[in-house]
Design a protein around this ligand. Structure first.
Ligand code: NDP
Length: 311
């Protein structure tokens, strides 16, 4: 019997993905019923899921084999107690490429002090020569798929890069630190700090007042991870005291970021509207279909989420 796949995301996403998913299914030789319409839940084999999905209760999905998230971060669904089948997250080459470009671009902005040049087109020939990357310390918190790729790219540009993860990792050209004891070292050296951690109970408000205090004076924070990784009040206070030089924020506790939020008008904050990197339909569809192929063949799924760890 052909597996039935429910595409449970916005209508816009359906239009973006339908052709690519059908193409990938056909290329994999899989005949499947793919639809954005729920129909009888007891006939659904796979749910392709995004946080704006209508499905909150998986109990009626009695035939479900797996839930395949279109997003890398799964904090919206990982704790759903009605979900009793494997959950996979998105690991997509397009997503990784985009994040590397965002992270390196924003690190270079601060490293080269591009803001200074933009603000001083005054006719005065005042030369501010930036240091070389090999004299600049950058720390990446999170050495998973995205963090490791960004750390590698930054090291490739010559930066002195440290990375931090829960368990010990080995990334070429990067000083890898781990666990609570590694965090202090990772922060103390971070002239530029990039957050690429998932949101879990272990990372919620990780960048609080005490940890912000451990950063070098004038440090820059770049957060394309998740908004709640940062204690917003503590961040604003550190910026206002001048302890922090700048914060470039892509993700927020409330999205869209409300117009009255102090981040918008703060002179030391750059807001980007959760655009650091987007899952690309063409490559992501191949990942979704590969997992369906594997599941149908009884093979282990790729990019399984550890429900206890939350990522
Ligand atoms: P991964 O699961 O591959 O990596 C997560 C990393 O964080 C791992 O190195 C992991 O450690 C580390 N980590 C998790 N918990 C802790 C902890 N308590 N202490 C220390 N380290 C911890 O995730 P990805 O790299 O694929 O994605 C990271 C996040 O990026 C996503 O969860 C999502 O929130 C965000 N994202 C943002 C996007 C945007 O457009 N703004 C787009 C896509 C993703 P270990 O290696 O030991 O497991």
């Amino acid at each position: 019997m052909s597996p039935r796949i429910l595409f449970s995301a916005s209508e816009a996403k359906w239009h973006e993905y339908e052709g690519h998913l059908r193409h990938s299914l056909s290329a994999a030789g899989i005949t499947a019923e793919l639809s954005p319409d729920l129909g009888p839940p007891e006939e659904v084999d796979y749910v392709v899921y995004a946080p704006d999905s209508d499905v909150q209760d998986f109990t009626p999905f009695t035939r479900l084999k797996a839930v395949l998230s279109l997003w890398a971060g799964v904090e919206d669904v990982v704790g759903n107690t009605t979900l009793r089948v494997p959950l996979t997250r998105m690991v997509d080459s397009g997503l990784t490429e985009g994040m590397v470009e965002y992270a390196t671009g924003h690190v270079l902005r601060h490293h080269l002090n591009i803001d200074h040049a933009l603000a001083h087109q005054s006719g005065n020939w005042v030369r501010h020569v930036p240091p070389l990357a090999r004299h600049r310390h950058v720390t990446v918190l999170g050495l998973g798929v995205l963090g490791a790729a960004c750390a590698r790219a930054l090291a490739g540009l010559g930066f002195i890069v440290a990375g931090w993860s829960r368990t010990p990792r080995d990334v070429e050209g990067v000083t890898c630190l781990s666990g609570p004891e590694g965090l202090e070292q990772a922060l103390a050296r971070a002239e530029i700090l990039v957050l690429l951690l998932p949101l879990t109970p272990g990372t919620d408000s990780l960048l609080n007042a005490a940890h912000l205090d451990q950063l070098p004076p004038g440090a820059v924070v770049i957060n394309p991870g998740r908004g709640p990784l940062i204690d917003d009040e503590a961040l604003l206070a550190a910026l206002d005291r001048g302890d922090l030089g700048h914060a470039t924020l892509d993700v927020f506790r409330t999205e869209p970021l409300p117009p009255e939020h102090p981040f918008w008008a703060h002179p030391k904050v750059t807001v980007t509207p959760h655009i650091a990197s987007e899952t690309r339909a063409e490559t992501a569809s191949e990942v979704i279909v590969e997992n369906i192929r594997r599941c149908e063949a009884g093979l282990p799924l790729l990019h399984l989420v550890d429900r206890d760890l939350g990522y």
